[in-house]
Structure formats: C-alpha cells, structure tokens
Design a protein around this ligand. Structure first.
Ligand code: KIV
Ligand code: ZN
Length: 552
C-alpha cells in the first residue's frame, strides 16, 4: 500500500453555513432509484416481470416518485416504461421518473417512451467534475455548460410537444462532488435560465455524490452553498443522491437534509453502483426513531427483504441497520440484562415512549417479534436466559435462581460451543430444576391435620418405595421435616414463589423454592402440578435432589 499516491480532498468550507445548528422535523420527498441506479448495478438486471413486481412493492411502501429506468438505454428499459403506461399500472399519486443523458436523440427517445403518461419527471444529466472534464471529455467549463444547456433546451421543446403540464424537469450535474462549487452553481443556473422554474412548474436540481469523495460534512457544506447560490431558489427543489464509496452515504444524506436538501434519491438497503446508493430505508427509519413520520411503511421489513433478495440476487447483511436478522438481538449478558430490565420497567410504568437500552426502535414496529431479541450463547448471562423463559414460556424465575441458572446456561453453551435456541434453554431449565425425581421421586401425600400439620408422604428413593411422615406449622415445613429425618439432611426453605402457568380451569402452577443447608449452601428446585400444594412439594424434592447429587 502506498498512501502517498492519494491526495487530500481540496478544502471546501462554506463559511456562512448554518446546517450544524439545524434540526430535522419532517420527512423529505423520497424518490426510489432502485429500478434505475439499483438495477444497473446488478450482476443480472431485473426482468420485465421482476421490475413490475418491484415497482408495485415500492408503491406499497409509499414511494410517490420512482425512477423507472433509462428508457433510451435498452429495449427492456423502454418496454418496462411502455408496459407501465399502456397497462395503466401507475397509481394516480405516483410520478415515474426517466433518466436521460443530455443528448438530443436520447432525450427524444425518452419522450417517446413516456408518451401517454399522466405525469413524469424527466431527469437530464451530464458530468461536470474537474476530473471528468479533463480525462473523459477534454472539454472546458463552457463547453460542458453548453452540453447541459443544449439538453435543457431540447427537453423543454419536447415537453411542450407532448404536453408541458405533464412533466417536471430535473437536472443533475453528475459527479457534482468533484465539481468546483462556483462552477456547479453556474451550470445549474444556466439550465434553470432555460427552464425558468415557477410556482406551477418547480424544477428539481439533483446534486449527486456520484462518487463519495469526502466526509459528510463537506457534502453538507456543498449543498448549503448551492442552496444559497442557486437562482429561482423558491421554485427549485434541491435533491440529493449519494453513493456510499466511503461508507457514509446515509450520513451524507442526513447532513445534506440539515443543509437544505428537500428531496432524497436512494434505494432499498443501499443497492447501487459499487458500494451502493444511500439506503432510503435506513434514512427513513432514522427519522422515525426520532419521532418523525417518514411517510414510508417499513412495518413488514422481512417481506421487503425477501422481495429485494429474490429480485436483486443480493442479500441483506445480518447486521444491516433495522433490517438485518441480528440487529435486534443481544448475545452479551450485560446487554440482555439491561434489555430485560428496560422491558420490565416499561411494562410496569405503562410507558408510551420507547426507551429500552440497546434497542433504538421497537422491533415490533418493523414486524419483528421480541423472542429473537435475546439469543443465548456463552457470552450471555442470567438476564438473557430469564428473558427467554419469561417471554417464550411464561416462567417468572426468581432473581437468585436466575443467577444459578445463568451459570448452568453458560456451562452448557461453552460445552456445545454454539448458540442455545429458546427451546434448548427451556429444556435445560426443566431438566435441571423441574420435578426432578432422582434419587427421590415424590409420589403422593396425605395431610392429617390435628392442630399442627402432619404429613404422610409416599416417595420412591432409588427404586424403593417409602412412606415418610413429619409435622410442622404448615404443609411445607411438615414435609421438609419428614424428608430431613428420612435422609439425614438438614435444610431450610429460604425462598419461595409460585404462579399459574396457563389460564383456565385446568391451569397448572409452578413453584420455585430455594433450600439452604447447614453449611449455608443454596439449592434451587421447581415443581409443576395442577395442585399448588403438590407443585410446592415437588419443588422441595427437586431442590433436595439437586443437593444430594452435588458432590461437595
Ligand atoms: O450517481 C449519479 O450521479 C447518478 C446520476 C445519474 C444522478 O446516478
Ligand atoms: Zn447514482
């Protein structure tokens, strides 16, 4: 590697900028370029049928502007536009957009493709950067402006021929970020002078970061500079179109919105040339997570991911913001604990506002459940396993027992070396604590009350049936006394809780107990039965069995 081969980005700072102090309060106009920029970047571009289905999906999400292609570039693109128009497949509130180079015959073909459309944006572009002027075109600034103006004139004339009122004009100085700002403003103003935007006929000036060349703050400075230096400003909609070469396409879009951009072009999940375009879903849900209505519907994100993956042949990374399989999942113990506590507090307080540690949005808002929020491996802790047991199986395991079980979970996932699924966690809990019947198996009991309580119980120990009896102030103490005498172990019940497992007449109860032996060691057990009394006796036997099996 040789960094000396590269140069710093030439300093451009718009001294009078105000964007760092600004706040976003509303969603911009969105324009999906999935079917054009996204499609042109695919190994296998979409077929006509796929494009039609994708178009429908985009309208369902709520896009009101959709760039449908570059109709002069290929028959598929042309036919797609024709199919949309001729079959009346464009909803009334949706405007399609067609891209054209600034060359007369291409503009003409674009209008032919759009014949009969109710409304469309015609998107004219030519490249303006210093590098492209030098190495691609070998042309001066004036000559490049000449190309833009010639195209603008042709476009206007054709729009008049096909019905001026149907068309919105858009101009992009392609490679804008590599263009000197004074020149970028000059060329855009030259185009605006041809189109003469007005209240009824606003013009879109789209300022692409065709190649992302600098940090997002530089892009924001460039956008604010243009916002101040464009003529006809009140009748110009400033649009941004960022690519992601430095990995900050979304950030650049957001700062550009602060800097005055009113419209955003981008694609779902950021598909597009090279490292992609700005991910519109990401920008929209970032707004959403700040309480701003994004006016796009991502409430069924998994379905959108499926459509996208099947049509593009690409896959959404498991850690992709908002959409990845793992983005609402915590493996680490401390994160799980905090999420668990946050969820419990939220429920307890009946809070409307979403404030859960490590979860910037509620997974349910994008159609995800809570179950996969916490997944268990050897990095997980007690909170994670408790969350899984509570959310998935309705078990309110007491705090001290959670800690005990957390260690068991960690040991098990260390042994298996992988993730434990919720069912594995539940099975492990049952295997370790619930109705444990080895070496002592609880069979039945009879309560003989006579002031104090006497309990006669039948148990099986190591295959041998025995009857034990004990007395005490209550069922549990009498039963424990009987067990202590029979097996020669002293213990006290130091923690007890119970709850119903299911609702309804035949509901079962679960009881959790902690016993403490004469050395102060604790053992946990749980019992399940249709009778609360039986579940508590089983819980004591389970805990005692765990003690008997523990080698000191
Ligand atoms: O990235 C780009 O500059 C483009 C233009 C055609 C807007 O896609
Ligand atoms: Zn692009």
């Amino acid at each position: 590697m040789n960094h000396a081969k590269y140069r710093p980005f030439p300093i451009f700072t718009f001294k009078d900028r105000s964007w760092p102090e600004n706040r976003l309060t509303t969603a911009p106009e969105w324009c999906s370029v999935d079917l054009r920029d996204g499609n042109q970047a695919l190994i296998n571009p979409m077929s006509l049928e796929q494009k039609l289905a994708f178009f429908k999906r985009l309208t369902e999400i709520g896009f009101k502007q959709i760039e449908v292609g570059f109709p002069a570039a290929s028959d598929t693109e042309y036919n797609f536009v024709r199919t949309l128009i001729e079959n009346d497949l464009i909803p009334d509130d949706v405007t399609i957009q067609a891209l054209t180079q600034s060359r007369e015959h291409i503009i003409t073909k674009t209008f032919e493709a759009l014949e009969g459309v109710k409304k469309a944006i015609v998107h004219l572009y030519n490249s303006t950067s210093a590098l492209q002027r030098d190495v691609v075109f070998g042309m001066s600034r004036d000559a490049i402006t000449g190309i833009a103006v010639k195209g603008a004139v042709a476009l206007k004339a054709l729009a008049e021929k096909y019905g001026r009122e149907k068309f919105t004009f858009q101009y992009s100085p392609e490679s804008f970020t590599g263009t000197e700002m004074d020149y970028a403003a000059d060329v855009c103003n030259a185009v605006l002078d041809v189109w003469k935007p007005s209240g009824e006929g606003k013009v879109i000036i789209n300022l692409p970061s065709t190649v992302e060349m600098a940090t997002p703050n530089v892009y924001a400075d460039q956008i604010e500079y243009m916002s101040v230096n464009l003529n006809y400003r009140e009748n110009v909609v400033i649009s941004v179109h960022t690519h992601n070469d430095r990995g900050t396409g979304v950030a650049a879009t957001e700062l550009a919105l602060l800097a005055g951009a009113q419209r955003v072009e981008g694609t779902l999940f950021g598909n597009g040339e090279r490292t992609g375009n700005a991910d519109i879903m990401n920008v929209a849900l970032n707004l959403y997570s700040h309480g701003i209505n994004p006016k796009l519907d991502f409430s069924r994100i998994d379905d959108i991911v499926k459509t996208y993956e099947s049509f593009t042949g690409l896959s959404v990374h498991p850690r992709h913001p908002y959409a990845g399989e793992l983005v609402f999942t915590a493996f680490s113990g401390s994160h799980q604990d905090a999420i668990n506590k946050g969820m419990a507090k939220r429920q307890e307080r009946g809070a409307d506002v979403w404030e859960i540690p490590y979860l910037p949005i509620d997974p349910q808002d994008v159609g995800r459940g809570y179950e996969p929020v916490i997944r268990i491996n050897s990095q997980s802790g007690k909170g994670g396993a408790a969350f899984v047991l509570e959310r998935g199986y309705g078990l309110a395991v007491p705090k001290a027992m959670q800690r005990d079980f957390g260690e068991i979970v960690t040991r098990r996932s260390d042994e298996t070396g992988g993730e434990l699924l919720p069912k594995d966690v539940y099975d492990l809990f049952v295997e370790q604590y619930v109705n444990v019947s080895d070496p002592i198996k609880f069979e039945r009991y009879k309560e003989v009350s006579n002031g104090r309580i006497y309990v006669v119980s039948e148990i099986t120990s190591n295959g041998e049936r025995r009857e034990i009896s004990g007395s005490g102030n209550g069922l549990l103490s009498a039963f424990s006394a009987g067990l202590s005498d029979e097996f020669g172990v002293r213990f006290d019940i130091t923690d007890y809780s119970e709850h119903a497992l299911e609702h309804g007449a035949k509901s079962r109860a679960i009881t959790y107990v902690r016993i403490s032996d004469e050395n102060g060691k604790h053992f946990f057990g749980a019992g399940v039965s249709e009778s609360v009394s039986k579940s508590s006796l089983r819980a004591v036997v389970s805990a005692l069995n765990r003690k008997l099996k523990t080698v000191d």
